[in-house]
Design a protein around this ligand. Structure first.
Ligand SMILES: [Zn+2]
Length: 611
């Protein structure tokens, strides 16, 4: 029974208990772990308290001291640091040890992954994503996920964090927001209607870490289709561009239609599909390294056990049974009834109609689609967005059949060696598909992060006759690229663009070839090309167009972008509406070729101003 994710659970898991009336109750472990065992999971890692030095990587010494005092004497003092008898995080005897044990579970699990002992681990009692460096929040005392991520960072791993809880993953975002090598991605009910009131699209991070906090606030009444569509539109391309070494995820079950604390209408089946997507992303982009955690979930009999089973089975690459076991239903039915969470369902999948059908759900889906489009502009590089639309490249997608093994990593064309070294790059103008066939590509020249994947994408893009590209080559490797292609509709708002409008898809230079003006030279060559007569070229540089491995600060990136664009004869336009508010460092500019009628330039400006 060693196959499947390492399951983290033990006697101490039950100690994290705010009292009988609290929604986050250890009662969930009874039916939850019993169902996990029934699907084949065996708890093999029993959490023990993390040491103070491990907590202190994330939490302040003052705060740990406060928790210790409450832990020793819950009634002896007034509320402090988010811990309060009347609040979300009431003190209880043994609070420090219980909360530190949740951290210990996630820490030992991530160490087992980093050491290569296991590919996947699942800690259903973890996922306490609201805890802040100096205070408890939202049922979370210590932030086990943030500590596990910090542990992986100490080993130099780049971490992608995916938070699917119905509440914004605010603590993890805040704790790692200054680190460009941790990308947090949270899908949640909008902060307009739900705790903690944060997680808006414009929270993108600052400085060199701008673009590494990504938030997808969803409308109340969002159903399973719109929820999954949002996840599929954003997680796979963001993962491909970022290139993590480790994926950490939080699978709170409180997005479910029956959850008493929130207003999304997601199903257990959709949660399972999302977990399978995260599993496949870990395999394709992170060598399989994946720590999954639980999180919220307050319908502890009807929903939480099934959600846990779906998550573990996703990591086990095993089928989900149809029927819940009869003996399990008999065992927990009375208790569920006493807590008003009965009758227990018969199936792992929710029955059709669980999420209801309402006009509200449809208008929520329409608004969600708008939010997702905006987030894609600031989270997914233009090259990947267009490559996806044109079929040049396909990220991981939701599995049509949800069972079976994850897909094989595609067999990319072998990447030849070679060293860009100090050789003066040679400009290939134009760069053709045939030339690329004889070249390798230097890492981090353009997205996606995997050079083999980037090469395959470019090969398909260059085979498209409408694409124009200029390349820089050194030592047999492509070390710089400027590329454009005609677009029919504006990525900003979907309106039709005037004829002969091209879009700048990529402008990238490999790290070893930077600092020699290569980017400017490539862009000037691109706009000088003989094909540019009578055409317009639009450049939109959002925070998505950063180098994920060694990013400049947002300000430096904007100055460099301005210089490059101005030097190639582009004229800057204001970034319209919501996009300008969400990414205040975004740049929009247009290059007008010789012989373009003034009327058309005006029409283009009008379309770009709408956004
Ligand atoms: Zn897997």
């Amino acid at each position: 029974m060693a196959d499947g994710p390492l399951l983290v659970f033990g006697p101490r898991s039950l100690d994290y208990d705010f009292g009988a009336a609290h929604p986050l109750t250890p009662r969930r472990f009874g039916p939850g772990v019993e169902l996990l065992r029934w699907v084949g999971a065996v708890p093999t890692l029993a959490p023990e308290p993390a040491e103070d030095r491990e907590l202190l990587g994330v939490h302040t010494p003052e705060y740990v001291e406060v928790v210790r005092r409450f832990s020793a004497d819950p009634d002896g003092q007034v509320g402090l640091a988010g811990i309060d008898h009347l609040g979300d995080d009431p003190p209880f005897a043994g609070m420090h040890q219980a909360a530190a044990a949740v951290v210990g579970g996630s820490l030992r699990a991530v160490e087992a992954i980093l050491d290569g002992e296991v590919e996947h681990a699942y800690h259903p009692g973890g996922g306490l994503h609201h805890a802040m460096p100096g205070r408890a929040s939202g049922f979370c005392v210590y932030n086990d996920v943030a500590v596990a991520i910090a542990r992986a960072r100490a080993d130099g791993a780049r971490v992608l964090y995916v938070d699917l809880d119905v509440h914004h993953g605010d603590g993890v975002q805040v704790i790692h927001q200054a680190d460009p090598q941790v990308l947090t991605l949270s899908f949640h009910e909008t902060g307009r209607t739900l705790f903690p009131g944060t997680g808006f699209v414009g929270e993108v991070g600052e400085g060199a870490a701008a673009g590494t906090s990504i938030n997808v606030p969803l409308e109340p009444l969002t159903g399973p289709e719109a929820w999954l569509a949002a996840i599929e539109a954003i997680v796979p391309p963001v993962a491909a561009a970022f290139g993590p070494d480790l994926v950490v995820s939080q699978h709170g079950a409180d997005s479910h239609a029956w959850d008493p604390l929130a207003h999304l209408l997601v199903t257990t089946s959709a949660m399972g599909t999302a977990a399978r997507l995260v599993d496949r992303i870990a395999h394709r982009h992170a060598g399989g390294a994946w720590l999954a955690t639980g999180g919220g979930g307050y319908d502890v009999y009807r929903v939480v056990p099934r959600a846990w089973a779906f998550t573990w089975l996703a990591g086990a690459h095993r089928e989900v049974p149809h029927h819940l076991p009869e003996q399990w239903r008999l065992r927990w039915d009375d208790e569920a009834r006493r807590h008003g969470q009965a009758p227990l369902p018969e199936y792992f999948d929710d029955l059709p109609g669980t999420a209801g059908v309402s006009a509200g759900r449809e208008s929520a889906a329409a608004r969600d689609a708008g939010t997702v489009g905006l987030v894609r502009l600031i989270a997914v590089p233009t090259l990947l967005r267009v490559a996806q639309e044109r079929g040049w490249w396909a990220p991981v997608s939701l599995v049509a059949r949800r069972n079976g093994l994850p897909e094989e990593t595609p067999a990319w064309s072998a990447i030849a060696g070679g060293d860009s070294g100090t050789a003066e790059p040679e400009i290939l103008d134009p760069l053709t598909a045939e030339q690329l066939d004889r070249l390798a590509i230097a890492p981090w020249t353009v997205a996606p992060a995997d050079p083999g994947e980037a090469w395959a994408l470019l090969r398909n893009a260059l085979a498209d006759q409408r694409t124009g590209a200029v390349g820089a080559v050194a030592g047999g490797r492509l070390v710089g690229l400027a590329m454009a292609a005609p677009l029919e509709r504006s990525p900003l708002g979907g309106e039709e663009l005037p004829p002969a409008t091209d879009w700048l898809l990529a402008l990238g230079v490999a790290p070893g070839a930077r600092g020699r003006g290569l980017g400017g030279g490539l862009l000037r060559a691109l706009v000088r090309g003989p094909d540019r007569r009578g055409r317009q070229l639009v450049a939109l540089l959002t925070v998505a167009e950063r180098d994920p491995a060694s990013p400049l600060t947002a300000d430096a990136r904007r100055s460099a972008g301005r210089r490059l664009l101005a030097g190639a004869g582009f004229r800057e336009l204001p970034v319209p509406g919501e996009l300008g508010l969400a990414d205040r460092h975004a740049l929009l500019a247009v290059h007008v070729g010789q012989g373009v009628p003034g009327q058309r330039v005006e029409a283009l400006r009008a379309v770009l101003a709408e956004g």
